[in-house]
Write a protein that binds this ligand. Structure first.
Ligand code: 5RP
Length: 284
């Protein structure tokens, strides 16, 4: 691996323990104003000091993150479909490598849709993005997307998708945690990090998910909703980070969460209003 690529990857997966905590705030690229991410700057600002890296689109990066803040950026460069469109798998590369370089990013991220109608296009796009990333020393994070089919999240499917991503040259793969997750990790020759998925019933559930993933071999998390949809996002991020980097148990991390939540002002429970002024009932 070339020096520049290795150096950028080390900003995301830390050298001392080979783990990383990435904060995902890219959801708007297909979900629009996701609950509690309606005002990205407001959601992101208090969390920035506690994440190892930040995953987002160029639009939110430019408008909602100060350029002087030294956080490594993982830039989502794929898109082209929305939650109300026909087919979420119909994505293409939407942001150029020149733009990524201009934004001084540490990695490029795109989704692949294995088994979906646009499987072929997304895999060919991954190959092309890796070609460009290798040329300029920028690692590529492949996201094994399942679209609306959340039930696809089992070891057989995710293992297949992660392995294909690695075979195409992805330097890092993001997937979902599932039963027998060790099988997914063991068959993938590059580091695997997990998404949190839709908000779980409690913070304890999300901490357990983090712990189980790390102890099944995950190299970290790329987590969004289970952090910033919590009433106490900073406490939650710190508790997740303690599991990832300090090997804390779920009980210990939950104690940290409970201690810190008392000093954090609860996040405003606003829901995005629709054009007619009604509250949205969307689950995302
Ligand atoms: C959407 C993404 C998200 O970044 C990913 O799903 C992580 O966020 P969450 O923890 O909320 O699932 O890549 O395609």
């Amino acid at each position: 691996m070339d020096w520049g690529l290795k150096n950028r990857l080390a900003r995301i997966i830390k050298h001392h323990d080979n783990r990383g905590v990435m904060l995902a705030v890219d959801h708007g690229y297909f979900l629009g104003p996701t609950e509690r991410l309606e005002n990205p700057r407001k959601t992101i600002a208090p969390l920035l000091p506690h994440a190892d890296s930040l995953m987002l689109t160029r639009g939110v990066l430019r408008t909602s993150v100060d350029a002087s803040y030294p956080i490594p950026v993982v830039l989502r460069v794929s898109g082209g479909s929305s939650i109300i469109g026909k087919d979420l798998s119909n994505e293409k590369i939407t942001t150029s490598i020149k733009e990524a370089i201009r934004l001084n990013v540490s990695a490029l991220a795109m989704s692949i849709f294995v088994g979906a109608s646009h499987e072929h296009e997304s895999l060919v796009s991954l190959g092309n993005l890796v070609n460009e990333g290798e040329e300029y020393g920028i690692p590529v994070l492949a996201v094994t997307a399942v679209g609306k089919e959340l039930e696809k999240r089992d070891a057989r499917y995710l293992g297949l998708a992660c392995r294909i991503a690695a075979e195409f040259g992805a330097h890092l793969v993001k997937t979902y945690y599932c039963e027998n997750f060790e099988k997914v990790v063991n068959a993938c020759p590059v580091p695997v990090i997990i998404a949190g998925g839709p908000k779980l019933a409690t913070e304890l559930d999300a901490l357990k998910l983090t712990y189980d993933a790390i102890h099944s071999g995950a190299a970290g998390v790329d987590m969004g909703r289970n952090i910033w949809q919590s009433d106490h996002p900073v406490a939650m991020l710190k508790a997740v980070k303690a599991i990832v980097h300090q090997n804390l148990t779920v009980k210990e991390a939950y104690e940290i969460f409970n201690k810190l939540k008392h000093v954090e002002k609860p996040a405003a429970a606003t829901k995005p209003a629709t054009k007619s002024g009604q509250k949205s009932s969307r689950k995302s």
